[in-house]
Design a binder for this molecule. Structure first.
Ligand SMILES: [Zn+2]
Length: 214
């Protein structure tokens, strides 16, 4: 469901550009709103959310899908935790399609999906591991790396129930906005994937904007 935001970039309390292949880790407080902005289009932002109070409680695709009765995430979707508590709500979305089924790229899946020689290529899982290694203050360990959301990624389900990785439908300037319903740690790998059409074979930067509660 396409919904535009009335929030102005000039009023954001923080703006952070994340290059392709880089990561972001930080806290968004309850009531604050996070915008993930696809600066150049066709990018995928592989994202994990944790309760800042206890990272053992984390985003759960299963609980989210069951409670909303829909496989896709867009405006109105409430992202639920592994304790089935609301973590964030999508309050604006100009892309209209975000995946939570396809998973993040890893060096292992790259070898299975593409080629053995792709093993040494940079993947989202590496970026997450680097983020938690460089930021132990969030208390997130390897075992907390679970299922994720791929913002802007287009993974439609076929009539037979299959998953397909399709060309992205995002474009320069498209964004998704989420209001935090609890204090959350946001961990994003701005996907460096070069082997599938989800980011047009050309990973590009994203920008993260945060607004305080109005
Ligand atoms: Zn990736």
């Amino acid at each position: 469901m396409l919904t535009e935001s009335t929030r102005q970039a000039e009023q954001a309390v923080s703006r952070t550009k994340v290059d392709a292949g880089d990561y972001f880790i930080g806290i968004v407080r309850e009531g604050q709103t996070l915008r993930i902005l696809d600066l150049e289009g066709n990018q995928a932002a592989d994202t994990l959310f944790y309760s800042a109070a206890d990272p053992a409680e984390r985003y759960s695709a299963m609980d989210t899908i069951r409670e909303q009765g829909n496989l896709y995430l867009t405006t109105g979707s409430v992202l639920r935790s592994s304790e089935n508590r609301p973590m964030l709500e999508i309050v604006a979305d100009t892309c209209g399609r975000h995946d939570t089924l396809g998973g993040a790229c890893a060096t292992e899946s790259n070898t299975v999906r593409y080629d053995l020689e792709k093993r040494c290529m940079h993947a989202c899982r590496d970026s997450w591991m680097l983020a938690i290694a460089e930021h132990p203050e969030y208390g997130i360990s390897k075992r907390d790396i679970g299922h994720n959301i791929n913002f802007f990624m287009n993974v439609p389900v076929t009539e037979e129930g299959g998953l397909t990785f399709e060309d992205g439908i995002s474009a320069p300037g498209k964004y998704v906005e989420l209001t935090a319903l609890m204090d959350v740690v946001v961990l994003i790998s701005n996907c460096p994937q070069l082997n599938n059409p989800c980011n047009g074979y050309n990973p590009t930067p994203i920008e993260l904007l945060v607004w305080d509660n109005e």
